[in-house]
Design a protein around this ligand. Structure first.
Ligand code: SF4
Ligand code: MG
Length: 334
């Protein structure tokens, strides 16, 4: 059967003053029902833009999908009519953003905002919608939901607001949720609680979940698989435990080495040298070569394809691929 979501060879360009920025450059991934995919990368890697293309909320202009397919339950969202697409997006997909305060309406109580979903999309009365709003607030474990349903967004803490965003996303019981840096603005303990909640709801509702993050540390316990993006491409994919144990791309290694470790107090944190490239002038060959500690001459001229990662005896490792000429060396390093 078809995956819940299949993105294939997706390309997105932005017209900028400096020229055409190739924000997404042939990206593909799949998400099944009940599965969590983490998409990891620095800002500008194309992870959010890919998600916006899936949701159909790219700012166009200046952003345009210039190629590829986005299959949702086997149907290509890019070739549907605008009306069909709106229907799929409204009922079957939802997105959670980093900044709940700017995504929520400041002059409406959270109960009114949650209730509106049920009034508009489910034709419920105001009173029924209110009851559903309280239920949802309880579902995302907001304490004293009944008493707080009339409160305004600014009266909640950052973590509680993010729970309200999750409740909004869940309201129509979507089949896919995309969460873009959902915990980045929160402190570490609250981050973990919100991530755990998302993971739990994903299981309970058997949804597909895409977690977009720049922080490998927060997705370790909740993701099933990871796609690492760099300069608009996927440079490595792997089941989550495999990626941590033995990355097969120097960029992934760099990201892993930059995670703070609780067991090393006062450590000096490793940082990948240099900056992500300007997307109007992506480096030749492997786009990561100017920053890569492993780069050799071939890396400046030859663009490495996303290659299946195998054991030494040639057996393919399920779900693993790397876009590095020297993936085998990296796999065996350290
Ligand atoms: Fe580094 Fe070369 Fe691999 Fe690119 S292809 S990640 S530059 S070693
Ligand atoms: Mg982003």
């Amino acid at each position: 059967t078809a995956p819940l979501l299949e993105v294939a060879d997706l390309r997105v360009e932005f017209r900028t003053r400096d020229g055409v920025a190739k924000a997404v450059n042939g990206v593909g991934y799949t998400v099944d029902a009940g599965e969590t995919l983490a998409v990891l990368g620095e800002s500008g890697s194309g992870k959010s833009v890919t998600a916006q293309a899936v949701m159909g909320i790219l700012d166009s202009p200046p952003g345009y999908v210039t190629g590829g397919r986005i299959l949702f339950q086997g149907r290509d969202l890019l070739t549907m009519s605008a009306e069909q697409r709106r229907r799929v997006r409204g009922a079957k997909m939802a997105m959670i953003f980093q900044d709940a305060l700017s995504s929520l309406n400041p002059v409406l109580s959270v109960g009114a905002q949650l209730g509106e979903m049920f009034q508009v999309h489910r034709g419920m009365s105001r009173k029924q919608a209110r009851t559903k709003a309280v239920e949802l607030m309880e579902r995302v474990r907001i304490p004293a939901a009944k008493e707080r349903v009339g409160d305004y967004p600014h009266q909640f803490s950052g973590g509680m607001r993010q729970r309200i965003m999750i409740a909004m996303a869940l309201a129509l019981e979507p089949e896919l949720i995309i969460a873009d840096e959902p915990t980045t603005a929160l402190d570490v303990t609250v981050q973990a609680q919100v991530m755990d909640l998302l993971a739990e709801l994903r299981r309970e509702y058997d949804m597909g979940l895409i977690l977009i993050t720049h922080d490998l540390g927060v997705v370790a316990d909740v993701a099933d698989k990871i796609a690492v993006m760099y300069a608009g491409r996927i440079v490595e994919t792997a089941p989550v435990h495999e990626l941590y144990k033995r990355p097969a791309h120097p960029y992934t290694r760099g990201l892993l080495d930059s995670i703070p470790r609780v067991d090393l107090k006062g450590q000096e944190l490793y940082a990948i040298r240099g900056l992500p490239p300007n997307l109007t002038a992506i480096p030749s060959g492997c786009a990561f070569h100017p920053r890569c500690p492993r780069a050799r001459d071939v890396c400046r001229t030859d663009d490495p394809p996303l290659h299946p990662v195998t054991e030494d005896d040639g057996t393919r490792i399920p779900g693993r691929a790397s876009a590095c000429h020297f993936w085998r060396d990296e796999l065996h390093a350290r």
